[in-house]
Write a protein that binds this ligand. Structure first.
Ligand SMILES: C[S@@+](CC[C@H](N)C(=O)[O-])C[C@H]1O[C@@H](n2cnc3c(N)ncnc32)[C@H](O)[C@@H]1O
Length: 277
């Protein structure tokens, strides 16, 4: 598949792609779907001309006492995600993996949804991306991590290039000897990585941009050169940038014109990108 960037809602795009055509999916969906529902609060009063009938045929009048806008987080969010994740499952090759990036408030609900779509036996890891930036509330432990759930389509035959992954320094290099210390050790499921620096070279200006280092590690471990990687909540296109560096093909989708503006600049030097929509 050629490098392709779609502008539009990701659901119809996913539905249009061929079954088992993708080697790796990384997604970082927005927490809030932006849909706010309004719940109207009422009480009823006995009234001969009332609009409701109650026990014993008595008539009641409905009195509206107010409306409360609320973001219907759980029902709404999971029903937004479910059809998209089901499509993601269909699109993955049998050796494929899905990395699902979310925060500590939502991760447990999303884990259950993903268990239902992939099967619990296909859950491989919960990666903790730990950073240390920003304010520290005084009334609880400051939350300084995101959660990345890793699922594979088939736990018997998935791509995992452990040896190709970047290695990290030992905490006590003096205890392991010079050779091992120089080589470093494999990362565990807890990844310490700074956020995108506000004045760094990597910064695109897109508010929710994730660090290239995190995406590099994911793409290296769970795909091979020439493979096709899909990110259907692409934002600033970090997944695509990692693919360009590592010789993978990418398919990116976003429905925000600002995301497309950022990606146009980020990929200005990459020839032959197909832009759709
Ligand atoms: C958290 S951001 C992703 C950031 C990205 N990982 C990066 O490094 O820049 C989520 C993105 O999902 C996009 N999005 C939300 N709903 C969408 C939908 N239904 N279809 C396509 N894109 C959507 C938003 O426009 C936003 O850019």
């Amino acid at each position: 598949m050629p490098n392709t960037i779609y502008f539009g809602d990701n659901l119809p795009v996913l539905q249009s792609l061929p079954t088992e055509s993708i080697d790796l999916i990384y997604i970082d969906p927005p927490f809030n779907t932006g849909r706010t529902q309004t719940r109207t609060q009422i009480r009823t009063e006995r009234s001969t001309n009332g609009d409701r009938t109650g026990f014993g045929g008595r008539r009641y009048e409905t009195i509206k006492i107010g409306s409360r806008g609320y973001a219907d987080i759980f029902d709404d969010y999971l029903s937004f995600l479910e059809p998209r994740l089901s499509e993601a499952y269909r699109l993955l090759k049998t050796t494929g993996s899905l990395y699902f990036h979310i925060d500590y408030r939502e991760v447990h609900y999303c884990k259950i949804l993903l268990d239902m779509i992939f099967g619990r036996e296909c859950f491989l890891n919960e990666i903790i991306w730990a950073y240390d930036y920003g304010g520290r509330p005084k009334n609880r432990w400051p939350a300084k991590h995101d959660n990345i759930l890793l699922y594979v389509k088939d736990p018997e035959q998935y791509t995992f290039n452990q040896d190709a992954v970047d290695r990290i320094p030992y905490m006590a290099p003096g205890l392991v000897g010079e050779v091992k210390a120089a080589r470093g050790k494999l990362p565990t499921d807890t990844w310490w990585h700074t956020i995108v620096a506000t004045n760094g070279k990597e910064k695109t200006g897109y508010p929710t941009q994730k660090p290239l280092g995190v995406l590099r590690r994911i793409v290296t471990a769970s795909s091979n050169p020439g493979d096709t990687v899909l990110d259907f909540f692409a934002g600033s296109g970090t997944t695509g940038a990692a693919c360009v560096e590592l010789g993978r093909q990418f398919v990116l989708v976003d429905n925000n014109p600002q995301s497309l503006d950022v990606m146009r600049k980020r990929f200005a030097d990459i020839p032959d990108i197909v832009w759709v929509g």
